[in-house]
Design a protein around this ligand. Structure first.
Ligand SMILES: *Cc1c(COP(=O)(O)O)cnc(C)c1O
Length: 349
């Protein structure tokens, strides 16, 4: 069985983790500081703040921007529930917007429609590794939090995602682009916001009391992420290579393939196609051929909240499937995936 996703871990990763464990310094320490420097410099930003998860990073970002009760936060409906949760953590009101059917990213015209006097910030995920329409979103003039959980190393107009918003957040969960098992990072153009976030991450040895968190990353996680970061250019090249193979082999199938946009570099965290027949039946047929595909977003947020009027997200939800793509996929596995898709396509469309 070919799994839908899995981390790409090699001996050098294992060695890095063992060295850290043996050093006796396993909680937040020098490795976390080293990662904060190296990761930020890779994105092209001043040193950020490492956290225990992407969710913790988003939570601290909203607090640092002073988002409170009654404030409205815009986010797309077609994303996992992590950003939605963090908006509720700070007592703010989520305002969902529809997506662009081709890129799966925020639909800018819908963002503009849903702005009110209370809108304080827009959360912008770069879905599946394809950068969102950043220029058009920045033109709105509100602060932007880039959610780069899918887009580490992706470029928009020659600059990396995570260098456009006032704050950007990253996730190092097991199956993300690079991993520490868990982990997150906050970057910002504003040093003041970073100091605030750093202070809130950790409760110990403070001169005053206010509500703070334990959102620290461990040195064990940081040493794994550092080891992965060194291989990131290779990981991205491999993802793009596999996407190219899928593009070439699946163009005759009855699919809508991923779009490429001028000035945007997609890193293919996910390879998502839209099919014309029933998604469940399709996934089941692929599974019988030994290939685990999946729906890319478990459930659009408006469906959890009982809201309607998100036609593009609904259309995508009913037609999108995510095909295995990760650096450790072997060539023979890629061949089996392509063959399985071609066969199932013939039979079901
Ligand atoms: C994974 C993910 C998160 C949350 O990151 P965790 O590290 O799992 O907390 C947030 N946003 C998006 C788009 C994600 O994919």
């Amino acid at each position: 069985m070919i799994s839908h996703s899995r981390p790409t871990i090699d001996d050098s990763d294992v060695k890095a983790v063992i060295e850290t464990i043996k050093s006796g310094y396993i909680a937040q320490g020098n490795k976390v500081r080293e990662l904060e420097l190296e990761f930020s410099s890779y994105i092209g930003m001043q040193p950020g703040v490492a956290t225990s998860s992407g969710t913790a990073a988003l939570h601290l970002a909203l607090i640092a921007l002073e988002i409170n009760d009654g404030d409205e936060v815009i986010l797309p409906t077609y994303v996992c529930t992590a950003p939605l949760n963090t908006i509720y953590y700070v007592g703010a009101k989520p305002v969902l917007v529809d997506i662009d059917e081709d890129t799966f990213n925020l639909k800018v015209s819908d963002v503009r429609k849903k702005l009110t006097k209370k809108t304080k910030v827009i959360i912008v995920p770069h879905m599946f590794g394809q950068p969102a329409n950043i220029d058009e979103l920045l033109k709105i003039g509100l602060p932007i939090i880039e959610d780069c959980a899918h887009s580490v190393g992706a470029h928009y107009k020659g600059k990396k995602t995570g260098s456009f918003g006032i704050i950007s957040v990253f996730s190092f969960y097991a199956t993300k682009v690079i991993t520490g098992g868990e982990g997150g990072m906050v970057l910002s153009t504003e040093s003041k916001l970073l100091s605030k976030i750093k202070d809130l991450r950790d409760y110990d040895a403070k001169d005053d009391f206010k509500v703070r968190f334990n959102y620290k990353m461990t040195d064990v996680e940081a040493s794994l992420i550092l080891s992965q970061l060194a291989k990131l250019p290779f990981f991205i090249a491999r993802r793009k290579k596999i996407a190219g193979m899928y593009n070439a082999s699946l163009s005759d199938c009855n699919f809508t393939l991923p779009v490429s946009c001028v000035d945007r570099e997609h890193i293919f965290y996910r390879y998502v196609v839209k099919i014309k027949s029933d998604v469940r039946v399709y996934l089941e047929a692929l599974k019988r051929k030994g290939v685990m595909c999946d729906i890319p977003v478990y459930r659009p947020l408006h469906r959890y909240l009982g809201l309607t009027g998100f036609d593009s997200a609904d259309q995508v939800y009913q037609s999108a499937i995510s095909i295995p793509i990760y650096p450790s996929l072997q060539t023979r596995e890629i061949d089996s995936i392509i063959k399985a898709l071609q066969r199932v396509n013939e039979r079901l469309s």
